[in-house]
Ligand binder design. Sequence first.
Ligand code: BTN
Length: 270
Amino acid sequence: MCKPFHVDVFKENLMSEWMGKDFIYKKEVDSTNLILKSVPSEKLNQGTTLLADYQAKGRGQYEKKWNSDPFRDLTFTIALKPKSGTRYTLLTLGCAKALADVLQKYTDETIRIKWPNDLMVRDKKIGGILTESIFMGNKPDRVLIGIGLNIYQKKFHASLSNIAVSLQQIAHKPITREILLCECLKEIEEVYHQWVMSDPNLLVDIHKILIGYGEWVKLSIYNNIQPDKYKFIGISNKGELLMLNEQLDVNKFSYEQVRIIPCKQPVPEA
Ligand code: BTN
C-alpha cells in the first residue's frame, strides 16, 4: 500500500460540512504543523486541512520526533479558529475521542485514549496528536491539531517496535486512507461543535475510553514516579486531570509532563 494519497477520492467522499473542505495535499514537507503555522491568518480558513505523504521532520509531544513511512500512514494538520483561547486540552481529548470512534469501526480491539494526546490499543500507540496554538497578542488566532495515525506501517524504529502498532495489524476490514481521513474529519467536526457548546456529553464520552478512569493510579511527573496513589476521577471541563488523593482531597493536574500509570501494570522504573 505505497500509493500517493488520492485527493479526488478524498474529495468525492468527504461528508463534513466545513472541516477539510479547504484541503491541501503535499507529497513531502518538514512538518504539516509548521506549514500551517506560517500561513497568514487571513488566508487560513476554519477547518483547513493539510496532509503530507511524508514528513521529513515530523514532530511529536515533548520535542520528540514523529516518524512515519512515506505513503503508508496518515499525517495531517487541521487549522481551527475558535473564539475561545482556553480549554485546548479538552479539544485535544475530544479529537482523540473522534479518532478513536473512527478507528474502532475497523477493529475488534478496543481503542483507548491515554491522557492527554495518545491513541492506544493493547498498550501500544496507534496514533498521537500535537496541538499547538498561536495568539496575536492576547487574541487566539488559530489552533493547529496535528494528527499522526499509524495505518499501514509494518516496521517501526527499534525504540518503538514494542510500543507501536498500525491499524492494518489489527483491522478486520480493508482500509483506504482517503476514506479514513474523510471519516476522521467528519467526526472531528462533530466533536468541535460539542467543544464550542461545552456539551457535557463530550466529557462523558471521553471518560468511557480514557485509560485509568475510575481506577487507582500512580502519576509520573517530569519522569519522576510519585510515591502516592490517586484515584482518577475524571477530567475537568478544561481537560485537567482530576485526581483524588489518599487523604480524599481532589488534586488537579494540567501540565503535559504528567503521565498516568495504571496500578494494574507493573510500575516502570523512573
Ligand atoms: C505525539 O504523539 O507525540 C504527537 C504526534 C503528532 C504527529 C503529527 S503528524 C502531523 C503533525 N505534524 C507534525 O509534525 N506532527 C503532527
